[in-house]
Ligand binder design. Structure first.
Ligand SMILES: Cc1cc2nc3c(=O)[nH]c(=O)nc-3n(C[C@H](O)[C@H](O)[C@H](O)COP(=O)(O)OP(=O)(O)OC[C@H]3O[C@@H](n4cnc5c(N)ncnc54)[C@H](O)[C@@H]3O)c2cc1C
Ligand code: FES
Length: 283
């Protein structure tokens, strides 16, 4: 129990510091949790999530979009889809929020050391993978080559395009982008293919037997990406998929997030393909 009574059950108070609109329905927000929460946040592993409460609206699971700052400030990339995220959109800097977490099993960053890492992000899946990407970039010498394949519907819905391009320019990562369609022809100043993410992966050459693949995106592409990766030679234990399920408690009590006999909130949200393969309907 902390000075504010915050526990895994009770949110720690937090303040909305800043909001940046990324697209018509998606914003990047910075929040400052009360120092009573920053002890937990310092243990954050990319791929884990927090439960964010919006007063008067409810609580939602959200991934961190970057590693927490030293001063405890965290960044979240949030798409407006319904009740809670709508209410969140109406908040302004200075408004109060609540934070529980971090929860769940993230990417096995210790085990991944020494290996090349291939990140595959579809749509909003770039948000959780951005925290892994920055973790890898900040610990660059401990990992092999870092590559990001990122697909979005169209160029204007592609998130973080400029900062990703800048990282690629500084040779921190190899970056390959694709959009489902480009009605206006050329895709602007960043080189970008036109096609689906699995198509981009099909033509991609990499050291498959040593690579860890981290995948996050719409459920529809998971099966396709997983079989492309396996066909290329990536072992199922090294194909790591971040699943999204409806959540309630976030701590393994309510069973809202069941994936077969497993729970997405405590056994995941990051699972190796070797585990998910045993569970019918997991993907
Ligand atoms: C581990 C995890 C990490 C997440 N990270 C992010 C993130 O970084 N950024 C972000 O914007 N969103 C993220 N989400 C999704 C986010 O939790 C939902 O968008 C949010 O709960 C919707 O709440 P709402 O009240 O606004 O929408 P609601 O009114 O509850 O629902 C609106 C629509 O969204 C669908 N929906 C609601 N919750 C989910 C869910 N968990 N999975 C799939 N569909 C859902 C509903 O079926 C409905 O169609 C994450 C979810 C999980 C489980
Ligand atoms: S959200 Fe309650 S058990 Fe997973």
């Amino acid at each position: 129990m902390t000075p504010h009574g915050a526990t895994v059950h009770v949110p720690a108070p937090a303040v909305l510091m800043e909001r940046r609109e990324l697209t018509g329905d998606t914003s990047l927000i910075r929040i400052a949790p009360d120092p009573s929460a920053t002890g937990w946040l310092s243990s954050y592993i990319p791929g884990q999530f927090i439960q964010l409460s919006v007063p008067g609206a409810g609580e939602i699971p959200v991934s961190l979009a970057d590693m927490p700052r030293q001063n405890g400030i965290i960044e979240l990339c949030i798409r407006r889809v319904g009740h809670v995220t709508d209410r969140l959109k109406a908040l302004v800097p200075g408004n109060r929020l609540g934070v529980r977490g971090p929860f769940g099993v993230g990417f096995p960053v210790q085990r991944m050391k020494g290996s090349p890492v291939l990140l595959l992000a579809g749509g909003l899946g770039i948000a959780p993978l951005r925290s892994l990407l920055y973790y890898l970039v900040r610990n660059r010498e401990e990992y092999g080559e870092i590559t990001l394949l990122y697909g979005a519907k169209e160029i204007r819905s592609m998130l973080f395009r400029d900062e990703l391009a800048e990282l690629a320019l500084r040779r921190k990562l190899r970056l390959y982008l694709t959009v489902d369609f480009a009605p206006q022809g050329p895709t602007g100043d960043v080189e970008c293919a036109v096609g689906l993410l699995p198509d981009l992966l099909k033509g991609f050459r990499f050291e498959a037997n040593r690579t860890y693949a981290a995948v996050c995106g719409p459920p529809a592409v998971y099966r396709c990406l997983a079989s492309e990766l396996e066909e290329a030679g990536v072992a199922p234990e090294r194909i790591l998929l971040s699943l999204e399920r409806r959540m309630c408690c976030g701590i393994g009590r309510c069973c809202h997030c069941a994936v077969g006999q497993l729970l997405c909130c405590t056994d995941g949200p990051v699972f190796p393909l070797s585990v998910l393969r045993q569970i019918p309907e997991a993907l």
